[in-house]
Write a protein that binds this ligand. Sequence first.
Ligand SMILES: [Zn+2]
Length: 487
Amino acid sequence: MKSADRPQARLRHLVRPLAAAAAALALLASAAGAQAAATIVIVNQNAAGVGFNDATPAMPVGGNPGTTLGQQRLNAFQRAADIWGATLTSDVTIRIGASFVPLSCTASSAVLGSAGANEIWSDFPNAPRAATWYPAALASKLAGEDIATPGQPHIVARFNSRLGLAADCLPGVPFYLGLDRNFGSGIDLVTVLLHEFAHGLGFQTFTDEATGEEILDIPSIWDYYLVNNSNNRPWVESTPAERAATAVTWRGLSWNGPNVTAAVPQVLGPASNLNIGGPAAGAAGGNYGVGDASFGPALSNPPVRGQLMPVVDQADGSGYACTALNALNALAVRGNIALVDRGGGCDFTAKARNVQAAGALGLVVADNVPGDVSSLGGSDPGIAIPAVRVTQADGATIKAALQRRSRLQSGVVASLGLDETRYAGADAAGRILLYTPTIYAPGSSVSHYTTEARPNQLMEPSINLDLTHEVTPPRDLTFPLLRDIGW
Ligand SMILES: [Zn+2]
């Protein structure tokens, strides 16, 4: 499988809640007794014989004692519900209407699931802010009574029943139903559930990210904390056009909530950095944001430093390094940092292996299409040199400085290390960034953390392999955000 085309396992939150209710309920007496936990119950919405009721026999796996596929699915749901239940505080039992149903997928990509608030409420008893949408579970907690429409769950969650089980639905990549994170080549269902339940608890805006329009001209509680980091204006004070513009501005939106920002230094590590210097650097000199590789050593300080030398193996002067380097390229990269282009039909790991075999100290991959900073996927325990990815635009700037070089050196020095003054995935003020790709991604843009956070966070738009089942600091920033909105 090509690195640029790895199977895509996508997560979505419900783009719109199913019902919006602006209602003021009669305030019933509620002596909100302090309770250190919340009870979350799973409401099985599958019909007999399918989904949670699928009687296909299953061997117990990874601490999950269920003996049918349906039981195991339910046990995984209960584990995720218990983790959130031990973390949240609410006097009102949270009900999640859940089902396994066929969702869109192909041989190489699939929607894992989607979840969100089933209803949103404003101006309920004890609402902290007037004229503001809250998800049903949070509104009920704050009201001290269950304000959901009778018979309606607070959260709806649907998951792909065919994932990995059919040739046209990511074959060979099923949900892992064990509870111990020993997911192998599967997708850890408990992790996916923790993510999706968080959306339902309020990790989402109800404002339309594409148009910037609010539902019934009422902002979401989320929108008070979402700020345009170029002028510090929150979404709630912005026009629809301004909101829509920031939703597609890479690194343009930050979360300005006290609980999250206080936890950032505990959770996020220093930002990866490519510094370009040396006598021939010219206009290319300076620091570049880079995408990390999931293979090879993580960047560290002191940086790995060397002359930056391009691999050239194409008639147009570009270089893919998809095969063993010829003598001239090997001579150029030996003891130096290799610059290669994305593409050519091979994995990123193949490129890294080839320049490593030629003696390179590190690898910079320049993107071959316009876009935002992305990471380098793949795994290969044989790779011992650091690798990073830069945008096509940054690659072009850097290549311009390499035009006049000898066979052995360029006078352009690359340093691959950490910028200790910046947190990975945070803005200059130390606030975590939201996911705002330049090309709008329905269901993903705005209501996720940035893909640049390190360590990877639960609420990034895709599930990364290094996630744990933790939702709190020092590992994760999901619960601090829920605290910011009122949990
Ligand atoms: Zn999501």
